[in-house]
Ligand binder design. Structure first.
Ligand code: SF4
Ligand code: SF4
Length: 342
């Protein structure tokens, strides 16, 4: 059983996040490291519901007030867009206002800086975690609780896994998913082809096709298509789902385990502007439930479970709990928690 601290929506996020951090430090007896990366998501260009830089002001004031050297931390993504390389990512961070403390892209200029973290689990013997984060003694993992078409709803576990993985790790998690385009729904707009960094998609006036020899399974085309023409329900994907041979969500959890193990991380989940899509989607989206509030814990499984349960109370049952069952099984955390409102 883990403790999850909670402040409902309505209190200023700057104040609430500090009170929650203090609660974790005092009641869980966690000490702060001298240097702390604050793992965030800068939001893809065009997205409007990512956590804005002001949300972190209270945390930064608190950490700096205690003499701690903190930075905004991110990793580059597999697909094209403004977060593909360190150079582009830094420009986007600046454009989105993340200028108060230094920004570090933790896996290098093009995702080449990775540390091999041994895990010895079902899908991975070791995981390619971004070097800067693998070497950190402690990470303050700040997550926007929201959906993702492949990974389901969640916060801390996704932020730890895909968010902390180097490019090679992201690729290893995605490789089993090879999407397919259904031309019945396809409008031949070409948007998916512009997002495919390995040029695996050919779009003509009559059809769009993915070359599975080139496809690295990054999922960008699936995320970007507004006409639901891209499906991951290929025969290979279905086989993986049915027989669990290459389960994407289990892989995700194993990477979260790699980024969490041996660290005294602190997790904050912001269940505000909860969207069905991810902050990596370059689109304006609407919240699908009213704001719930902010959660904090030292357990990434308990905090995500608490968010899912709170969302259910708010009237929606979201997919996401199945990966938490696997997370609990491998010892990443506990799905049982006590919710402590402060
Ligand atoms: S983004 Fe969707 S609709 Fe547009 S070409 Fe690709 S699959 Fe077709
Ligand atoms: S075709 Fe494959 S590599 Fe290209 S965007 Fe889609 S999933 Fe990614």
């Amino acid at each position: 059983m883990s403790n999850v601290y909670f402040i409902p929506a309505g209190t200023c996020a700057k104040e609430a996040s500090v009170r929650l951090l203090q609660a974790v430090l005092e009641r869980e007896q966690v000490t702060l490291a001298d240097q702390i990366p604050i793992k965030v998501h800068f939001g893809e260009k065009g997205n409007r519901t990512y956590l804005k830089p002001e949300m972190y002001d209270g945390l930064i004031d608190f950490l700096q007030g205690h003499g701690i050297d903190c930075r905004f931390s991110e990793t580059s993504v597999l697909y094209g867009g403004e977060r593909f390389s360190r150079e582009k990512h830094l420009k986007l961070a600046e454009a989105h206002g993340f200028t108060r403390i230094p920004v570090k892209i933790e896996d290098g200029a093009n995702g080449e800086e990775a540390a091999d973290v041994k895990v010895g689990l079902k899908h991975f013997q070791s995981c390619a975690v971004a070097k800067g984060l693998a070497e950190a003694e402690q990470i303050l993992v700040c997550s926007h609780f929201k959906g993702h078409k492949l990974a389901g709803f969640g916060g801390a576990v996704k932020q730890l896994s895909m968010g902390c993985a180097a490019k090679g790790g992201k690729m290893a998690m995605h490789l089993s998913v090879k999407p397919k385009i259904f031309n019945l729904f396809c409008k031949h707009c070409g948007l998916c082809a512009t997002r495919c960094q390995v040029k695996a998609i050919t779009v003509t006036r009559k059809k769009a096709v993915i070359d599975h020899e080139k496809c690295i399974g990054c999922g960008a085309c699936f995320s970007i298509c507004r006409h639901h023409a891209v499906s991951i329900l290929s025969w290979a994907g279905l086989k993986n789902m049915l027989f669990g041979a290459n389960n994407f969500r289990e892989k995700l959890v194993e990477y979260a385990y790699a980024a969490h193990r041996g660290k005294k991380n602190i997790y904050l989940n912001f269940a505000m502007s909860v969207t069905r899509g991810c902050d990596c989607e370059p689109l304006p989206m609407r919240a699908c439930i009213p704001d719930i509030g902010i959660f904090a814990s030292t357990d990434p499984v308990a905090i995500d479970q608490a968010c899912l349960d709170a969302a259910e109370k708010a009237g929606k049952k979201f997919k996401g709990s199945e990966q938490l069952a696997y997370a609990e099984k491998i010892g990443l955390g506990s799905r049982k928690y006590e919710l402590i409102e402060i």
